[in-house]
Ligand binder design. Structure first.
Ligand code: ADE
Ligand code: ZN
Length: 326
């Protein structure tokens, strides 16, 4: 049982990871202890994060993030995340960074957080051989005005490290189109675009993401499977889905990996990739995602090599970085 199937050892490209959502519970507990903040309510007796459903998950996520009070905390967090990812064979990763949790949307404060994050990422690249890039992310349930502040932070720091702009949060609140100003602002700054859609929203949310926001990637997107025309449209347009099967199973979208639509979407010609979303929350790692997919669908080394090639080609980094990683 100690022996891993060979697919889990492959070098991996991960496109969908939330920085705060990747925080090891031990780090959050340690920071809470240092700051004398009482966070006992967010942990189960076994030390893992405790939540009932998606909206409760979002509130536990925000409570955990409350101990990440400054750039130094984000430096420690970044190092911890990259250590974990490197252990799981990840060689290139894109992480969602929210100015909302990094200075509240103030551009000067955001720059300080970003400098600390990049410092840790540079150290991890040198010591662990993993490359990280950032996608600035607004939080949907914080509303369109707060999203504009995130977009301005993104535009001010757009470049070879902040490579994209996106949106997470509660898909049940508002509409994709409410955030058009922010996505336009980011696009004009040269950033590539992705948004969460088709996770807790249905096919219309995915259609709006593509048609109204003009994104080239979609976070999750899996509920497109409920609309055959939309599946064809995604395949035709070459939209890449950042699929997080373990996250979807824990949050109750599908009862098991075997019931997950990732294989059907792939067979229909949609560009699919695999990520963990918020690994400690969902008791997963990139290694485990690969193992579970191999078991559920009989995927082998060639299938995973294909998924990784898709992910690398959909990565938002520049060509130099892409060819260094490949
Ligand atoms: N933020 C962190 N994880 C998320 C998810 N799975 N969906 C939406 N927003 C999120
Ligand atoms: Zn996500």
């Amino acid at each position: 049982s100690e022996e891993q199937p060979p697919v889990a050892d492959l070098p991996k490209v991960e496109l969908h990871l939330h920085h705060e959502g990747a925080a090891p519970p031990a780090l959050i507990r340690q920071l809470a202890h240092e700051k004398k903040i009482d966070l006992r309510g967010i942990f189960k007796p076994d030390g893992s994060y405790d939540f009932r459903d998606f909206t409760h998950f979002l509130s536990i996520y925000e409570a955990a993030s409350s101990v990440l009070t400054g750039p130094e905390e984000f430096r420690r967090l970044t190092w911890a995340i990259l250590e974990q990812s490197a252990e799981n064979g990840v060689v290139y990763s894109e992480t969602f960074l929210s100015p909302d949790f990094c200075g509240g949307g103030d551009v000067a404060a955001w720059r300080d957080y970003l400098a600390a994050i990049r410092d840790a990422a540079d150290a991890a690249e040198a010591k662990l051989g993993i490359t990280l890039r950032g996608i600035v992310t607004c939080v949907r349930h914080f509303g369109p005005d707060q999203a504009k502040r995130a977009a301005r932070c993104a535009a001010e720091t757009a470049g070879d490290w902040i490579v994209g702009f996106g949106m997470g949060g509660n898909e049940g609140v508002g509409k994709q189109g409410d955030f058009g100003w922010s996505f336009d602002c980011a696009r004009e700054a040269g950033l590539r675009l992705t948004t969460h859609a088709g996770e807790f929203g249905g096919p219309d949310s995915v259609r709006d993401a593509v048609r109204l926001l003009g994104v080239e990637r979609i976070g999750h997107g899996v509920r497109a499977i409920e609309d055959a025309d939309l599946v064809h449209e995604l395949a035709d347009r070459g939209i890449t889905l950042e699929v997080c099967p373990g996250s979807n199973v824990v949050l109750g979208l599908y009862p098991s990996f075997a019931a997950h639509p990732i294989a059907r979407l792939r067979d229909a010609g949609v560009r699919v990739t695999v990520s963990t979303d918020d690994p400690p929350f969902f008791h997963t790692t990139m290694r485990r995602e690969y193992e579970m997919l191999a078991k559920a669908f009989g995927w082998g080394a060639e299938d995973f090599a294909d998924l990784n090639a898709t992910a690398l080609s959909a990565a938002f980094c520049d060509e130099d970085t892409r060819s260094r990683v490949a």
